[in-house]
Design a protein around this ligand. Sequence first.
Ligand SMILES: Nc1ncnc2c1ncn2[C@@H]1O[C@H](COP(=O)(O)OP(=O)(O)OP(=O)(O)O)[C@@H](O)[C@H]1O
Ligand SMILES: Cc1ncc(C[n+]2csc(CCOP(=O)(O)O)c2C)c(N)n1
Ligand SMILES: [Mg+2]
Ligand SMILES: [Mg+2]
Ligand SMILES: [Mg+2]
Length: 349
Amino acid sequence: MRDLNGGTAPGPSPSGAQTPHGPARERAKGTVGELGEFGLIRELTSRLTSTTAVRIGPGDDAAVVAAPDRRTVATTDVLLEGRHFRRDWSTAYDVGRKAAAQNMADIAAMGAYPTALLLGLVVPVDLPANWPTEMMDGIRDEAQVASAAVVGGDVVRGDSVVLSITALGDLRNTDPVTRSGAGAGDVVAVTGWLGWSAAGHAVLTRGFRSPRAFVEAHRRPEPPYHAGPAAAGLGATAMIDVSDGLVADLGHIAEASKVRIDIRSADLDVPAQMSDIGQAVGVDPLQWVLTGGEDHAIVATFPREQKLPARWRVIGEVLAPSALPHVTVDGAPWTRTGGWDHFSDDIDG
Ligand SMILES: Nc1ncnc2c1ncn2[C@@H]1O[C@H](COP(=O)(O)OP(=O)(O)OP(=O)(O)O)[C@@H](O)[C@H]1O
Ligand SMILES: Cc1ncc(C[n+]2csc(CCOP(=O)(O)O)c2C)c(N)n1
Ligand SMILES: [Mg+2]
Ligand SMILES: [Mg+2]
Ligand SMILES: [Mg+2]
């Protein structure tokens, strides 16, 4: 039975100071523990900027965001220290940029414009307080790239750093582009980077910090947000952002659309510097381009007759389903892993 009068009152502690959960302990200087939950929330929210879509922002029980389209696009992605990022590889600011980017890429991949982000944050009590504040600066700045804003969140103490971001978006009166609309005869086209993050990851894993362009691509992806709604306007029949790997993510389109997709490897861009890294570490760089995730390129299928702007590269075609796997490369089954799977032992990570 609940005691509506408050139950048994806690007795005085020998040390004197009392919190609702027991005696106050000394917290290391400059840590989130020293700030406390509401001190941390104040530090985080004080750094945010707003947009005209935000009618009520952080500080109340929930935020209110304008949704001119009257449909809301919603997505969420979790980032866990050690699995998605390492604090000795990436700055807090970079982790914030990446977390916001990967969520807003999902909004763009529906053909929508990101409007608002919510941040669920788990941090250890001894984490230096400047880590979450710099991370928040990164989330805020990346949100600004896409004209979105952080409108709320939550902070909880835990054993490692976890960021759980929810992104909202607006379709602005276009139809969403799903994974299921590709038809035989369509072409497959991509815009953005492929394989750069994976090459950067390979470099970092081996203890190096250069070539910088690839390491930076791993730390801070640059999804082509504008390309999502642009593709919708160009009549894209299916679309996805490349988070896990091109083969794996095109597999989601092929499966949902009940078609086969063939990728032409000769039409994929393998920069000379990526080949140099591949040679140095003994990896075929085409594998990074075909199966590396986290660049958040946008890949879409279009009717063959649709003329595409220069920044889109046609890399394959949609075919009727056959006995072959959903995704083939140069007409042949891709026998290795197609990309990242959190529950597979087949990947280094
Ligand atoms: N725990 C879950 N509960 C409900 N739906 C889920 C859950 N996990 C994934 N989904 C849904 O399954 C679909 C595929 O999820 P997935 O995470 O692979 O997509 P994604 O976010 O585009 O990719 P990535 O996580 O690699 O960025 C999405 O629609 C997602 O919302
Ligand atoms: C420390 C460290 N080890 C490995 C990787 C590689 N990695 C992690 S998750 C993922 C796919 C996308 O994740 P999700 O599907 O959850 O969006 C990839 C390619 C990394 N970024 N950091
Ligand atoms: Mg996801
Ligand atoms: Mg996605
Ligand atoms: Mg994934």
